[in-house]
Design a protein around this ligand. Structure first.
Ligand SMILES: [Zn+2]
Length: 177
């Protein structure tokens, strides 16, 4: 019995040993199987076998990307900017973490805060779009020559990819600010 009790270098006194064993038994750490001529037979329980000793493993709740909020949870927003390659989703103007806006493609309450309904945009587009359907807004940019015909087609295709969940933001990149 290595309990470090009693005087150093001397074996534990019998009665101390008995008390310690009874204490361990009371705590459910050992089971006294019986006393024989050679000594007492014990069954020693492993920590995992003792109920309530090891707290149940805390399984962190991991949301799937489909359940994640990329708008109200501010730390998720840069992932959208990163997905857009630091460009306004609509007009392709370069934006950065100091001047981008997270924009709802379908305005709330119709649209939610899913990555499928959020894009990074410049303030100008954000202010102008309002609740205009995204296709109509892109068409307006094309008519006003903010977008070339190829860019316009490219943006319509990107919109489709966005809605069908094919523009998943990378969750590893977290830019400061
Ligand atoms: Zn823009």
């Amino acid at each position: 019995m290595a309990f470090g009790v009693d005087e150093k270098g001397k074996p534990m006194a019998d009665n101390t040993c008995y008390e310690k064993l009874q204490s361990l038994k009371a705590k459910g750490c050992v089971q006294i199987l019986g006393t024989e001529r050679d000594g007492t037979k014990l069954r020693l329980f492993l920590p995992s076998e003792i109920e309530g000793l090891i707290p149940p493993e805390q399984i962190p709740e991991v949301l799937s990307i489909e359940e994640m909020d990329f708008f109200d949870i501010a730390e998720n927003r840069p992932a959208i900017l990163n997905r857009e390659g630091n460009k306004c989703f609509y007009c392709r103007r370069v934006v950065d973490s100091s001047n981008y806006v997270i924009e709802h493609v379908a305005s709330r309450p119709d649209g939610n805060n899913s990555y499928r309904n959020l894009v990074a945009a410049c303030r100008n587009c954000n202010n102008r779009k309002g609740s205009t359907p995204a296709e109509d807004f892109l068409r307006g940019l094309y008519r006003e020559c903010f977008l070339g015909s190829e860019e316009f087609e490219d943006r319509l295709a990107a919109l489709e990819l966005l809605r069908t969940g094919q523009l998943k933001p990378s969750l590893k990149v977290h830019q400061p600010g």
